[in-house]
Every structure is written in structure tokens, then in C-alpha cells.
Design a protein around this ligand. Sequence first.
Ligand code: MEV
Length: 395
Amino acid sequence: MTQPIDSRRPGWHRLSPAQRREALALDLDIPPSALDEALTHGGLSLEAADRMVEDVVGTLSLPFAVAPNFRIDGRDVLVPMVVEEASVVAAAAHAARMVRKGGGFRTLADPPITIGQIQIFCPDPEEAALRVLALREEALDLARGLDPTLVSLGGGPRDLEVRPFPAAPPEESFLVVHLLVDTRDAMGANAVNTMNEALAPFLADRVGGRIGLRILSNLADRRKVRVEARVPLEALQAPGFTPEEVRDGIVAASRFAERDPYRAATHNKGILNGTDAVVLATGNDWRAVEAGAHAYAARTGRYGPLCTWHRDGDDLQGVLEMPVQVGLVGGATRVHPGARLALRILGVTTAMELAAVAAATGMANNLTALRALATEGIQAGHMRLHRRSRDLEVP
Ligand code: MEV
């Protein structure tokens, strides 16, 4: 974490982008030209783009916004959000203002444990599983030796788990070994995939099996974030509704998502509006976060909401739990000037802190969406903001 700031910005939405940049530069204690360099034309040169992916012909920019009002774990945070949809940033800022009246978001992030899957075809996976467990220490030692840098940073392989998949035709039977790796501030895909590929021949040889797939799992359920928020009754305002009606409407909307997967999908999309915008702003892999979120939402066999709201005394209390697989090092987080700036604005120093901010932002978006849906409806506010871009439309 870096220097304390005040994330409340009265009138922030009325400033011009240049004025917001000036204010940010003051906060971050950097020259405004540094912001200009990182953000003008999307911040990515054609040359850098051409090195990031293949067959490049250009770049495509999206709005980079900074949402005010967030207080997370007792610290004020300005939240960078990259998103194409009108009203998502305003919604996040609005909810953050409501939640800070109840003390702000409180988060608890798991250590950054990434799961690597090694599939081994073998006729008796139950027996192979026992053999792998007996090899546990030897295999972990071998894996540790594969990434001494990660180990020196306090990360590295932590455990092995076995998941036998017997099948009626024995040639379809396989064992899956989960290699659990603390990937510290990396998203983890590269570190884990490298370890998987190196460890697989050793394991397959010892159990007398044939190597199948070796890849991380995006059901990153060892890398969850739990967020709690309390909204005092008096902060629950909506024109034409009492605070009690707003609170009870949000609770009823949450129940709807708990009971109906069709609604839960849209409810979770609203959460991902916020979470993805932070993931994207920081140059992280939003498809990985999306895959993890939806798989986790379906973990019981029935798709459900990642965030729920209930009444606690007079107030509204929310809980969100979801995997957030993000990093601060590697990939676009290091090479994209806009992503580097986003990390600087956030002032986070670990992947766990970044995951917590992304999850809290998702919760904020969920709160505003449910408040609107349970009262005047979503379209009034949405269309008001959407109209601002209508005269830009290309015929
Ligand atoms: C729109 O981007 C998101 C919402 O549909 C979320 C929800 O319905 O909870 C408004």
C-alpha cells in the first residue's frame, strides 16, 4: 500500500478529463505529462501492440475512468475502470458512497494459490492416486527446484491433491493431479503451466500411466476473495421510496437471484461489470476471471449469485465471494503503460490487494444495480448517461 489519499471527490463527474488528470497527478505526485503519456490514444504504441500479440494491424481504445468514494479495508482507494458501457462507473462510485457510510468494504483474500492440473491416463486411477500421494514430498521438491525465483519470493509449490476419474472402458480412466502453487504476485498461468509440464513425465512414469493435459484450472477456488459491506438504512435513498422499501427491495432482488439461475446470471453480470473493468484497467486476463466466476457460481451444481444481500437490524448487509485470479507482474500488467498507471493509482502492492479491490468494485456495481432495479428501474439512469454518447454514433 502507498500514501493515504482521500477518495471522496465532490463534483468529480463535472470536471473535464484534463482536470481529472491534473488532480490525479497531484495525488500521485507525478507530472501530468506522465498521465498524458500513459493514457493518450489508449497508451499503447503500435510497436508495443505488435509485440504483445500476433498479426497486429492497429489498436482499439476504450474509456479509462477513475471511480471515486471507495474505502476498502480502512483505506481510501481511487478505482481505475476500463469499460465501454455507460453508467457502470457512475454506479460503482454511487455504491461506494453508500457503503462508506457503513465504514467501507471489508475484504479477506485467500493466498494466491493457483491450481495446475496434470491428467494421467491409467487403468486404475484409485491405485495411481495412492502412489502419487506417497510421492508427494519428492514431487513437491522437484517442482520447487523448477522455479527457484518464485520460491525465493516466498511462493512456490504448496501441495498435491489427487482426483481419480475411473471409467467403464479402462482406456478412458484417468487420474488428475492438482499441483497447488503459491504464485505470489503473478496471475500464475505461466509459472504453473511450466511446472505442470516438467512434473508430468515424473508422475506418469512413477504410476505407469500416459500423460494427458497439463494446464492450470480457471476454477480458481483457492484464490477467492470475500467482501462484506454494510449500508446504513439512511444511506438507502431512491426518489419516491422509503429507505425501508429500498432495503427490502434489494433483499428481495437478492433472493430472486438465489432462487432462479436465469436471474443469477444477470445479477453476476452486474458484478462483473465492476470486477472486469478493474481487471481490464490493470492489464489482467478478464476471460480467466470470468471463467472462474461462473464456474464458482455453479459449484453446487446449481448456478447461483456471487453476492447476496440481507437485512441486519435496520441496515442492509452484503456478502460477496468469488475467485479473482489476477497479478501485478507479467503479461500486459508490465508492458502496457495504461495498466501500470492503473496499478499506481490503486496503490496496491500485492496481487491479493488487487483481487480485493476488483471484488469490492463488483459488489459496488451489484448494489447500485439492485437498488435501481428494485425502485425506479434501470433504464432512467442508464439512458440519461447513454444519451451523452448518442451524437457520436457512426451512421
Ligand atoms: C447491466 O449491464 C447489468 C444489470 O443487468 C445487472 C443486474 O440486472 O443486476 C443491470
